[in-house]
Design a protein around this ligand. Structure first.
Ligand code: NAP
Length: 294
């Protein structure tokens, strides 16, 4: 069994990914993570209601990516539960995310960026050689980077950086707040907490993959998917989610499953929802030519 841990898997794209893996891959067991045990158990019950064989390959794990204590407890729980295996995980899907249209930079970065880092720091030692990490980023990341000054665009594509370089930028952006002059001094032309948090995730993916070539570590956008994260956008405009081009959650799993099990060339890359490689510094529409840069 290849065991895949998915954060934020009690609903939305994370839950749909658990279902897609159980349905498509008889060799996969899923650790369905939820920051709330009750919501996690409800998701597990939903899986059991759909298919008892799937339920036999799914377990719930409490994990709040915003809370270091919770992340460390989850690691200890996995190590104890699978004590016979030194590396019980084949894959980690860093899916938990918030703040699509939030102005709260600290909270958004704490979950979307620092949450990914916390999980990777804690769980990498439990990942089997050749294992995969999928960081669920967003098209908001290349859109954000495309609006930055040239030197900042280069920063967001620089695989030679280390985590402290990213943390330093996070601290500077948090300190600047919505002050456009201070943001511009950092080469950033818009206050966009979600886009910034995801640009940092895509960059962290690049850096982490350089540091750990023994694993397949990549990022993707799931596409524009109707979930609790995005539905308010349609509601605010008084239109149906489909009218804005939002697809159902199962369509948001394609790139994630590809990055877990597909043939990949290179490492640390960012993929579109159509499973094609995309640049880090500008949007590539699904179906258009694949990016083939360094
Ligand atoms: N939907 C889109 O169009 C779209 C586009 C690009 C990228 N994404 C990304 O896709 C991922 C999944 O989003 P979604 O659309 O499926 O949203 P969603 O339906 O709102 O699901 C988000 C999931 O993340 C969990 N979560 C939030 N904060 C957490 C924390 N501190 N610790 C652990 N789990 C936490 C939520 O748990 P609770 O139920 O407890 O809140 C929920 O399970 C996110 O990273 C998002 O940024 C989505």
């Amino acid at each position: 069994m290849k065991r895949i841990l998915i954060t934020g898997a009690n609903k939305g794209i994370g839950f749909a990914t658990a279902i897609a893996l159980l349905e498509q891959r008889p060799d996969v067991a899923v650790l369905l993570c939820s920051r709330d045990a009750g919501r996690g158990q409800a998701a597990l019950a939903e899986i059991a209601a759909r298919n008892t064989e799937w339920a036999a390959r799914a377990e719930m794990l409490e994990l709040d990516v915003a809370d270091s204590t919770s992340v460390h407890a989850a690691r200890a729980s996995i190590a104890a539960r699978f004590a016979a295996e030194t590396t019980p995980l084949f894959g980690i899907v860093n899916n938990a995310g918030i703040g699509f249209e939030s102005d709260d930079l600290q909270a958004t970065v704490n979950v979307n960026t620092l949450g990914v880092k916390r999980v990777c720091d804690a769980l990498l030692p439990l990942l089997a050689e050749g294992g995969r990490i999928v960081n669920v980023s967003s098209a908001a990341a290349p859109n954000f980077v495309s609006g930055c000054a040239p030197e900042r665009r280069a920063f967001f594509q620089d695989a030679s950086l280390e985590w402290p370089d990213i943390q330093e930028l996070i601290d500077a952006v948090a300190s600047a707040g919505e002050d456009s002059r201070r943001l511009q001094a950092l080469g950033i032309n818009e206050f966009n907490p979600y886009g910034f948090s995801k640009a940092c995730v895509s960059l962290y993916t690049l850096v982490l993959a350089r540091q750990h070539p023994e694993f397949g570590i990549n990022a993707c956008t799931p596409g524009f998917i109707e979930t609790d994260l995005t539905r308010p956008v349609a509601e605010a405009r008084g239109v149906a989610p489909s009218e804005l081009g939002m697809a159902p959650p199962q369509q948001g799993t394609t790139a994630i499953v590809h990055l877990l099990f597909g043939q990949l060339s290179g490492n640390g890359h960012y993929y579109g929802s159509d499973t094609k490689r995309s640049p880090l510094d500008r949007y590539r529409a699904p179906g258009s030519a694949e990016y083939r840069g360094d």
